[in-house]
Design a protein around this ligand. Structure first.
Ligand SMILES: NC(=O)c1ccc[n+]([C@@H]2O[C@H](COP(=O)([O-])OP(=O)(O)OC[C@H]3O[C@@H](n4cnc5c(N)ncnc54)[C@H](O)[C@@H]3O)[C@@H](O)[C@H]2O)c1
Length: 253
């Protein structure tokens, strides 16, 4: 199945984790993919993987916290491939875990500036510039639906992201476009400290704990929402957390 033949896609945070998995699958199904990442080397590495797989991909160094960089991503994709059909606004950053009392104004502003304000810039570009029948998917988090005592700034930014998605769905619809969110639980990516810390990996992969997910498993849900199979879904959030938020943590009986 090649759902994205000749479509043009932009993926932010495409240099790692969920974004990289999405880039490779999009290209594998026929899309031209612009891999955008703050870390330009990682973006280039993803584009190289796409090329090695026989796909079409280019890289751009872009900070989603910059309004100009968000515009530059769309400029570059349009210049190379004539337009943009799909935007996966996936980049984000996690704060250092800790109590609420430790969150300084600087930390709060930084997290909001990247995760919420940066996503606002991406959504502005997508709503104005995607071609009709296109789609946008934003990576929120399970922490967009439930508070997170050890990451209050992060959870607050992701709650805001969901507010943006829900509140802009009608604006997208006026241009025959859609916007949706995914809300991943614990995903085994560098952001989660997985690459650095075996204890975290162990905790996340214990099914009684929180069901650690692969980046690929999460990316597949984003791609479904980007595809025409999801044409009836606009302005909603899909939780992807392997039951982590479906029930209370099991009792220790
Ligand atoms: N890993 C999880 O458990 C988890 C859970 C819920 C939501 N998420 C969200 O998923 C998204 C992707 O994270 P991941 O888990 O794949 O992490 P990751 O660390 O593997 O990848 C994140 C990528 O985003 C890039 N990035 C960071 N800040 C950026 C910026 N300002 N501009 C452009 N690129 C930037 C990084 O360089 C990195 O390549 C994030 O929005 C994150 O908040 C992750």
């Amino acid at each position: 199945m090649r759902r994205f033949e000749n479509k043009v896609a932009i993926v932010t945070g495409g240099g790692s984790g969920i974004g990289r998995a999405a880039c490779r699958r999009l290209a594998g199904e026929g899309a031209h993919v612009l891999v955008a990442d703050l870390d330009g080397e990682r973006a280039k590495a993803t584009a190289a993987l796409i090329g090695a797989d026989g796909g079409s991909g280019k890289a751009i160094t872009a900070d989603i916290a910059s309004e100009a960089d968000n515009a530059a991503m769309f400029d570059m994709a349009e210049a190379n491939w004539g337009g943009v059909d799909l935007a996966f606004l996936n980049a984000g950053m996690l704060q250092r875990y800790g109590p609420f009392e430790d969150i300084t104004t600087e930390i709060f502003d930084r997290i909001i500036g990247v995760n919420l304000r940066g996503t606002f810039f991406g959504i502005k570009q997508a709503q104005a510039r995607l071609r009709p029948e296109g789609a946008c998917v934003v990576t929120a988090s399970a922490a967009a639906l439930t508070g997170f005592s050890e990451a209050a700034a992060y959870a607050t930014s992701k709650h805001g992201v969901l507010g943006l998605v829900r509140s802009t769905a009608r604006a997208f619809a006026t241009r025959n476009l859609r916007v949706n969110a995914i809300c991943p639980g614990n995903v085994l990516t560098p952001m989660n400290g997985v690459a650095q810390d075996d204890h975290i990996r162990e905790a996340l992969t214990d099914p009684d704990y929180r069901g650690g997910l692969s980046a690929q498993q999460v990316a597949e849900v984003a791609l479904f929402l980007l595809s025409r199979q999801a044409v009836a879904i606009n302005g909603h959030a899909q939780v992807v957390d392997a039951a982590a938020s479906a029930a209370f943590v099991p009792l220790d009986l």
